[in-house]
Design a protein around this ligand. Structure first.
Ligand code: PLP
Length: 282
């Protein structure tokens, strides 16, 4: 079942209008929250970021936070999601096709869906680690807004798949890794310093990233928010990615070259284990 503009409908009948501005212009934003044991992980932070994305694009919130929260929960229950994800998408609504904003009374579109993920499969993947390839970062200048406009991310992920990898890291014109197609990128240096790029306008401020920074701090690890190059990646002891759907996922290879000893690193594995001690569950 999915929630589509005011109604719960079977997934097969979950459709939006051809003139929805999300469909026409990618004029919308989204959020993905982890569901664990039937509860939503870090809902408050995700809804804060949703609010920010909406306000950056001047899209009216579709309803109150409390109402949105109820719909998320209902959708999780209706789909019997134990461990998985809940997806929210808000668009500027349905209007005759015209690039400029529609009339202010246009009702925003809201879609919520939820599904189980393969818990055991993900754990196996994390135990093995994933391979990453790099692609030029040719996205627009505001990847800090979580818009549904994801074409460069789609192409990057496909490039990864075609090279036998699970994730693609974007590299900017200065040669620094920005982030993954659907994850934030991290390394652990040879001095055991955990490094990720600062969340300026160049990347999405991942919720998993924010929570993990707290975990890193509590574990007494050295941490630095700093851009890193591919050369630094190859010199690193460890690499990993973070996202709500994958938590902390070790990276064992980048562009065909092994990172560290070519298997998931101890710090990444430890951070994956302790991550949920630092999250909010609702
Ligand atoms: N960066 C990009 C481009 C993403 O699409 C995502 C998640 O979808 C992330 C980073 C990680 O964000 P979060 O930890 O909030 O899932």
């Amino acid at each position: 079942m999915a929630y589509v503009n005011g109604r719960y409908v079977p997934h097969s009948a979950a459709v939006v209008h051809v003139e929805d501005r999300g469909y026409q212009f990618s004029d919308g934003v989204y959020e993905v929250c982890e569901v664990r044991g039937g509860g939503v992980i870090d809902e408050r932070r995700h809804l804060d970021r949703l609010q920010r994305s909406l306000s950056e694009l001047r899209i009216r919130p579709p309803m109150s936070r409390a109402a949105l929260s109820v719909i998320m929960r209902e959708t999780i229950l209706k789909n019997r999601v134990g461990n998985g994800i809940v997806y929210l998408q808000v668009t500027r609504g349905v209007a005759r096709r015209d690039h400029a904003f529609p009339p202010p009374d246009t009702v925003p579109g809201l879609v919520v869906s939820a599904r189980n993920t393969d818990f055991v499969g993900n754990e196996k993947l994390a135990a093995a680690g994933i391979a990453v390839v790099t692609v030029p970062d040719d996205r627009w200048a505001r990847p800090d807004i979580k818009t549904i406009s994801l074409l460069p991310n789609v192409l990057a992920k496909q490039a990864a798949r075609e090279q036998g990898a699970r994730e693609a890291w974007f590299v900017d014109r200065q040669g620094y890794v920005t982030e993954g197609a659907s994850t934030n990128a991290w390394i652990v240096t040879s001095e055991d310093r955990v490094v990720t790029r600062a969340a300026d306008r160049g990347i999405l401020r991942g919720i998993t990233r924010t929570v993990l920074m707290e975990a890193i701090n509590r574990q007494g690890l050295q941490f630095e928010e700093c851009p890193f190059t591919l050369e630094e990646v190859f010199r690193a002891k460890e690499a990993f990615v973070t996202a709500a759907s994958q938590v902390v996922m070790p990276v064992f290879r980048v562009n065909g070259r092994c990172i560290g000893n070519g298997s998931p690193g101890p710090i990444a594995q430890m951070l994956r284990r302790v991550f949920h001690n630092h999250t909010e569950r609702s």
